[in-house]
Design a protein around this ligand. Structure first.
Ligand code: ATP
Length: 300
């Protein structure tokens, strides 16, 4: 299986922050490294130990916390093929056999390559977003009584169990509702590594703010009156996606402020003065509010 393309995973100082993902903490990196370290070793060694690589993981947590970002970066780090991304609701199809066929197709390329190249095959990543959508219906008779969800989960299980000898697959399931995921999918050998991604705490928010303002800063577009520590304090309950939204909104306030000079020529000249100010962030904060984790009292 092709080698990781960066030394990132090898370094004890490896940080997701350096890959543009903030707020994950050291524990996350430790678990991550342990799960994937086996992929760094020459093909065959793991087989000689008589253990398979980790071939499935579950990323769970509130929306917008960076799950998709992480799944894609894992792919890059492990030098995988561009991931196939599938979405739970999308896979469900009311026509008999079609959902199973959708799953079969997802694994087909990896299976074919493994047959041809064995351990020399590249790594195939399958990102399964909203995995809970196919689990909800399992055994519940929901979904119009079709049991479609049931058979999708069964098909996934048989694919995962079937890939025992197939070292070239990594299935990354994602969900906001871990409690909805079928236990059978979470057992060893299946989606066995479970990583929770929660809303970032204050130091985490600072990291994410730094990531999303780093270009502005290097290009001298961030007014020194912008204090990221202050903003990290003011963004309690914000997800990474909401922090990203906040920075974009602040930039849009700055753009609109600078167009107030009137004439187009003047606007163009004003570019030299273009800066994103603290006041732009304060305006943005009145617009961008966190969707999750806010108690009733805080909303008052
Ligand atoms: P969903 O559950 O809604 O699919 P998600 O958890 O997969 O959400 P992403 O789609 O990865 O979230 O995040 C959306 C965008 O928000 C990212 O592309 C990134 O710009 C920003 N973002 C989210 N989390 C982080 C983070 N931890 N660090 C930096 N940026 C982040």
């Amino acid at each position: 299986i092709s080698k990781p393309n960066s030394n990132a995973i090898l370094s004890p100082d490896f940080k997701f922050e350096d890959m543009g993902i903030g707020g994950l903490g050291d524990e996350f990196s430790t678990i991550f490294r342990r799960a994937f370290a086996s992929r760094v070793f020459p093909p065959g060694l793991v087989a000689r130990m008589g253990i398979p690589h980790v071939k499935g993981m579950l990323l769970y947590g509130p929306p917008g916390t960076g799950k998709t970002l992480i799944a894609r970066q894992i792919g890059k780090m492990l030098n995988a093929r561009p991931p196939k991304v599938i979405n739970g609701p999308e896979v469900l199809n009311k026509f008999v056999g079609q959902s199973e066929e959708n799953i079969r197709k997802l694994f087909a390329d990896a299976e074919a390559e493994y047959k041809e190249k064995g351990e020399e095959s590249s790594l195939h990543i399958i990102i399964f977003d909203e995995l809970d959508a196919v689990c909800k219906q399992r055994g519940s008779g929901a979904g119009g009584g079709t049991g479609v969800g049931d058979s999708v989960v069964n098909q996934l299980l048989s694919k995962l169990d079937g890939v025992d000898q197939l070292n070239n697959i990594l299935l990354i399931g994602m969900t906001n509702r871990k409690d909805m995921i079928d236990d059978a999918l979470l057992r060893p050998g299946r989606l066995e590594v479970h990583l929770e991604i929660s809303l970032p705490d204050e130091p985490g928010r600072l990291e994410i703010l730094k990531i999303h303002t780093s270009k502005m800063k290097t290009n001298g577009l961030l007014n020194p009156d912008v204090n990221l520590d202050e903003l990290a304090g003011l963004t309690k309950n914000f997800s990474g996606a909401e922090i990203n939204g906040l920075v974009k909104a602040a930039a849009s306030f700055a753009f609109s402020r600078h167009t107030e000079v009137g004439q187009l020529a003047a606007v163009k000249q004003d570019v030299a003065n273009m800066k994103i100010n603290r006041s732009d962030f304060m305006n943005a904060l009145t617009e961008v509010r966190p969707a999750y984790g806010v108690s009733e009292a805080e909303l008052e």
